[in-house]
Design a protein around this ligand. Structure first.
Ligand code: PLP
Length: 409
């Protein structure tokens, strides 16, 4: 039939293609450093102990049912999620200039935020370009362009230092037309693991204020990066203190290990001022209209798990410990990989592995070296040399270090 006849075949998603190749590999030595999902020291998915407890609470609730949630989501979840990212004493909360919508995790939050901006963020009748870090999470580009927004990039990663391309980043933000949309990763940048320092965040905010840019924070790793929920939210909180109007996408995939449950939120924060509450009410009403036509209402289970943890002080304290377990194991693996490469005298410098933070390390391995690691050593990572630190464990880190040493020589 005619319309389907003309549909071209799309390429397979690179990351999910890599996962398929890994699963098909029968080598007992194979190592998965591809997907950004936490694994324990046995390379197994880890259900957080606090999530198991929340699960019991939910299942034992005699009132449990499978009714629809309201369009904007489960209130005990959305209100605590806002406190988590903004801080419970945030002026934005006390001044009632925040609007939160529960979304299909971080992906859905980026999408809903992008859709909202494409509809309403116009200067002289036209949308503004969204500036993305180069590189960024592979999905940003297509989520934003799918809703008709134009994207451009700002330098982020310095190949020589394997750290932040700070000057280039600031220059590009300064050169972007006024009122551009700047997408920022507030912590544990994916894919590089490189974050600005506090001082650098202050300078970035200053330039953005000068140019009246609109910040869109994509926060997928709060608490997972440093192990400290407040520290990982500090960039977002600083921008709010500075009086920006902004959007935040928030995911609970990594920090609660709720990957497949799709728990997340989109937060809109109005700039302070006499009309802030009224603006917030209008924005809320439009977000609800968009949400209704997109998904009607969000999924209930992950939101209930998160709400149970966020609203119970004992479970919340236990969650902090679970976060320390995950971030601590990853930090240990960073130290182990670096020291093994240094012991082997592997050509190059390897301090960036411990300087970087969060789920990923941008190793600096080139495409050929990545291909050799897969072909000869059954070690799987994305073509850009990004490794998911969670795929390393005390059993395979020696093997990986020796393999890297071989392909680099
Ligand atoms: N944003 C960034 C930067 C990410 O790294 C991810 C996941 O890897 C997401 C958003 C979305 O994740 P999810 O949709 O599972 O919350």
């Amino acid at each position: 039939c005619f319309p389907a006849e003309v549909v071209p075949k799309a390429p397979e998603d690179a990351l999910f293609g890599l996962m398929r190749a890994y699963r098909a590999d029968e080598s007992p030595d194979k190592v998965d450093l591809g997907i950004g999902a936490y694994r324990d020291d046995n390379a197994k998915p880890w259900v957080l102990p606090v999530v198991k407890k929340a699960d019991d609470v939910i299942r034992n609730d005699p009132e449990l049912n499978h009714e629809y949630l309201p369009i904007v989501g489960l209130e005990p979840f959305t209100s605590k999620a806002a406190e988590l990212i903004l801080g419970s004493n945030s002026p934005a909360l006390t001044e009632k200039r925040t609007s939160t919508v529960q979304t299909i995790s971080g992906t859905g939050a980026v999408h809903l935020g992008a859709l909202f901006l494409s509809r309403f963020y116009k200067v002289n009748g036209a949308n503004r370009t969204v500036y993305l870090p180069n590189p960024t999470w592979a999905n940003h580009n297509q989520i934003l362009t799918n809703v008709g927004l134009q994207v451009a990039s700002y330098p982020y990663f310095d190949k020589d230092t394997r750290g932040l391309a700070y000057d280039g980043m600031l220059d590009a933000i300064r050169s972007a037309p006024e009122r551009s949309i700047i997408l920022l990763h507030p912590c544990a940048h994916n894919p590089t693991g490189v974050d600005p320092t506090e001082e650098q965040w202050r300078a970035i905010a200053e330039v953005m204020k000068e140019k009246k840019h609109f910040p869109f924070f994509d926060c997928a790793y709060q608490g997972f990066a440093s192990g400290d929920l407040d520290r990982d939210a500090s960039a977002v909180r600083y921008f709010i203190e500075q009086g920006f109007e902004l959007l935040i996408s928030q995911s609970f995939s990594k920090n609660l290990g709720l990957y497949g449950e799709r728990a997340g939120c989109l937060h809109y924060i109005a700039a302070p001022g006499p009309s802030a509450q009224e603006v917030t009410t209008r924005v809320s009403s439009q977000l609800a209209v968009l949400q209704r036509s997109e998904i009607s209402n969000p999924p209930i289970y992950g939101a209930k798990v998160a709400a149970t943890v966020l609203n119970d002080p004992a479970l919340f304290a236990e969650w902090r410990e679970n976060l320390q377990t995950m971030s601590g194991r990853i930090i240990d693996m960073r130290k182990a990989l670096r020291s093994k490469l240094e012991e082997l005298g592997t050509p190059g410098t390897w301090n960036h592995i411990t300087d970087q933070i969060g789920m990923f390390s941008f190793t600096g391995l080139n495409e050929q070296q990545v291909a050799n690691l897969q072909k000869e050593y059954h070690i799987y990572m994305t073509k850009n040399g990004r490794i998911s630190m969670a795929g390393l464990n005390t059993r395979n880190v020696d093997y990986v270090a020796k393999a890297v040493d071989q392909v680099v020589r």
